[in-house]
Design a protein around this ligand. Sequence first.
Ligand SMILES: [Zn+2]
Length: 82
Amino acid sequence: MKKVNMAKQPDVVCDKCKNDIFLPAVKMKRISEILSSNGRETIQPMQIFVCASCGHVNDEWLPKEDKDPTEPKSNIITDSNG
Ligand SMILES: [Zn+2]
């Protein structure tokens, strides 16, 4: 394994406030009965990191599988639950 000098690497900063300290957090995902292995709706935790200053989560760390790459970039999360 290559030794990396961490001090020389660029910091990842918050997209919103440019803070460079993050805290671990957990996002809860609802797994529908169709996708769930036991045939029942389940809740699954997903580890993410939030900005320690403003609580923002950088877009690049959020799961992207449900995003259409042809769609223009948007921060709007539609909640179709209901
Ligand atoms: Zn921030």
